[in-house]
Design a protein around this ligand. Structure first.
Ligand code: ATP
Length: 535
């Protein structure tokens, strides 16, 4: 499968456009077009309905230790700056970046790979952005640098394996990926990923605020509010869908790494003794959700983090990863992280630190060794009314990206086959085999021809179905072409009004995937679509 074909389909059919395209675009920002907005909304709605509003809180779900409650929240994007101090983002949420003095291009330190090469009695470390064809890029760079033609490729004496630039101490012998001079890369500099802004008329540090880099913190700081207003007992999950912002140094791979994106996050609060069981439950439950929504097993993996990869507070983290077509063979990109966060977040917002001596949040200590920034000082612990036990809950966090999930669903659904056209000639048919729940348009309604009363009946069917689903009416051109346009948009069902419809009030319904056509009564269209969607 080719990523270029997917990107071009997205633009052509109105799934995704580059933001501010008429002004040349803005890197890392994307707009969803008419089909894209429906698809992404369906992804978010499916998540919300399966995880929150439709959640069965009366039963013990498979794999869960007990029944549990779920609630939702919608918090602000700009929050009190102290939230980010206590969450650790202010001090720790950064990447290291490197600039090229020559080309003015900027790279993430850990995303440049390179290899030592020697020719003409000179040894240099050539670099390329980490990715698919890096050795090809390295070879091109080396040939250009040493003024060698392709036929003299054997003069390049490679030394050692491709390694990350982070392994290299001095940059004097380093050749940047897009330059022909040595030593043009600057030393790595810390770069906080939070977007800064100013609240009110104050432009100095006092008014400084940040666009949230994750939705999770809004949930932690409202934990007590939700608990008090709903009077739930733990375990309780609180969910939020909303925009997050990260000033990524190298946004790339279409919407995969954007600077503005949407997250679908759950913070699940439970008793510390049950937290391991809940961690396993959420890991498996979330993986299953992607399968249920149509992602095949071969393209989806669960990757448990190694102990040394874990954040210092984390007891366990697993990433759910998808084999995006832009990844190298055998590599996967993160769709969602499921993390066991212990009591780190609630405790940080209470106390602003892990313990008296720790500065592991990066808190600046005053002359007495006390953190300058404190938590809220509010008691965010939980007292169980029945047992009277008081504790700081442990938290399991399934944190998904709505845009990455949407992109994965598009990639998974993209399919090309050969079908005969009206004249019997084989033609490539592009199909988006989206799960009917996710498909932007559920059904398209066509009159077979634009005469003999067929458009009138078809319009009636259309207006009636429109009350229940997102449907589309089309009477232009050959019916075969209209089917193909809907296949490309991922529409699972096409309903055609033909000559027989006028006589017996029936229509044909065509299935996008099996191409089967059957005849159903006009008055059962809604029910048939509903049944097939839930199959
Ligand atoms: P990555 O390692 O890819 O940067 P992350 O581990 O920093 O991701 P989290 O902080 O765990 O990501 O965020 C949770 C989810 O939010 C991710 O699994 C992803 O789906 C989504 N997400 C994070 N950063 C971005 C981004 N820049 N663009 C789009 N989605 C993102």
């Amino acid at each position: 499968m080719n990523m270029d074909s997917i990107v071009s389909l997205c633009k052509r059919r109105g799934f995704l456009f580059q933001s501010s395209e008429i002004y040349g675009g803005l890197q890392g920002f994307w707009d969803y077009g008419p089909l894209g907005v429906e698809l992404k909304r369906n992804v978010k709605d499916a998540w919300w309905s399966d995880m929150v509003s439709g959640h069965d809180d009366m039963s013990t779900l498979p794999g869960a230790p007990t029944p549990y409650a779920m609630e939702g929240l919608d918090c602000t994007i700009i929050m009190h700056p102290q939230v980010w101090k206590c969450s650790g983002h202010y001090d720790l949420f950064h990447d290291y970046m490197i600039d090229c003095r020559e080309t003015k291009k900027r790279y993430r330190h850990d995303q440049l790979n390179g290899r030592w090469v020697e020719a003409k009695e000179q040894r240099v470390f050539v670099t390329a952005p980490a990715g698919d064809d890096e050795q090809e890029h390295l070879t091109k760079q080396a040939l250009k640098f040493f003024h060698l033609r392709n036929k003299h490729i054997d003069e390049l004496k490679w030394d050692g394996e491709v390694t990350c630039l982070t392994e290299i101490e001095s940059f004097e012998q380093v050749l940047g990926p897009d330059t022909n001079k040595l030593g043009t890369l600057t030393e790595p500099r810390e770069f906080n990923l939070m977007f800064k802004t100013f609240v009110g008329a104050l432009s100095g540090e006092e008014g400084t605020a940040f666009l949230r880099p994750e939705t999770a913190q809004g949930i932690f700081v409202n934990f007590k509010n939700v608990l008090d207003s709903t009077r739930h007992r733990l375990p309780l999950g609180i969910a939020q869908i909303g925009k997050s912002f990260r000033n990524e140094i190298t946004p790339r791979n279409f919407t995969f790494r954007s600077r503005e994106f949407e997250q679908m996050e759950i913070e699940f609060f439970c008793h510390p003794d049950q937290s391991q069981e809940w961690y396993r439950y959420w890991r498996d439950r979330r993986l299953k959700w992607y399968h249920d929504m149509g992602i095949s097993e071969k393209n989806l993996i669960m990757r448990e983090h190694h102990k040394d990869e874990l954040a210092h507070y984390s007891i366990g983290t697993a990433d759910i990863e998808y084999a995006f077509p832009f990844m190298a063979d055998g590599e996967y990109g993160e769709l969602e992280g499921v993390a066991h966060r212990g009591d780190f977040d609630l405790r940080s917002h209470m106390e602003g630190k892990l313990d008296e001596t720790s500065d592991s949040l990066g808190l600046q200590l005053d002359e007495n060794g006390k953190p300058k920034w404190k938590g809220s000082g509010k008691d965010l612990s939980y007292r169980d009314d029945l047992t009277n036990e008081k504790y700081i809950p442990h938290v399991i966090e399934p944190s998904a990206g709505a845009d990455r999930a949407t992109l994965a669903f598009i990639c998974e659904a993209f399919y090309e086959d050969e079908q005969p056209d009206e004249n019997g000639k084989p033609q490539t048919r592009t199909v988006l085999r989206l799960h009917p729940r996710l498909a932007p348009i559920k059904a398209a309604i066509f009159p077979l021809v634009k005469k003999d009363g067929m458009p009138e009946v078809a319009k009636e069917v259309y207006l009636d179905l429109k009350k229940h689903f997102k449907v589309f009416y089309d009477e232009k051109g050959a019916v075969g072409r209209r089917y193909r346009r809907q296949d490309e948009a991922g529409t699972p069902y096409c309903i055609t009004v033909d000559g027989q419809s006028l006589a017996d009030q029936t229509v044909t319904i065509r299935d996008r995937d099996t191409l089967e056509q059957s005849r159903i009564r006009i008055d059962e269209c809604e029910q048939v679509i509903r049944e097939r969607m839930n199959r």
